[in-house]
Ligand binder design. Structure first.
Ligand code: CMP
Length: 139
């Protein structure tokens, strides 16, 4: 059965452009409940840890410096079928391929600066939520 939790980050491009409020409005209107949220800034070391799975990719170093370039909003979200429904809401990784009305289509500027992250599995949602929040910080 699909889980009820996903994890997201509003990335430095979207946060810096002042789009956080508009993005959170879309997320809430789609039926997600915010279980935990914080504004934070990743060090390059922490960004490197978060994206460890991409370590061998050619874009890894750029991704780490981009993700540590400014504040983000980390959030744990709750909804039935959370992971899949959230990935539909945010759209394809590359905004040029994202469907109309998706968050990335509306706010992303490139495949790297793509406005928002969404967990790709229930297991990763738990790992990623745990990277930013203790159990007692989640409602
Ligand atoms: P996200 O889904 O958060 O997780 C991996 C991130 O790596 C992705 O969003 C993009 O920000 C970035 N990314 C993925 N593919 C590429 C690529 N081909 N070139 C640059 N950045 C990428």
């Amino acid at each position: 059965m699909a889980g009820q939790t996903t994890f997201t980050m509003i990335k430095p491009d979207a946060f810096g452009a002042g789009n956080s409020g508009a993005i959170i409005k879309i997320i809430e209107e789609a039926g997600f409940k915010i279980s935990a949220a914080k504004v934070t800034k990743l060090s390059s070391e922490r960004a490197g840890q978060f994206y460890e799975v991409h370590k061998e990719r050619p874009f890894y170093n750029d991704l780490v410096s981009y993700m540590s370039s400014g504040p983000i909003i980390a959030m744990v979200l709750k909804k039935d079928n959370a992971v899949e429904d959230f990935r539909t809401l945010i759209g394809a990784t590359n905004p040029a391929e994202a469907a109309e009305g998706t968050i990335r289509k509306l706010f992303a500027t490139s495949i790297e600066a793509n406005a928002i992250h969404g967990s790709d599995s229930d297991d990763n949602a738990q790992i990623e939520a745990g990277f930013f929040f203790s159990r007692t910080e989640r409602f």
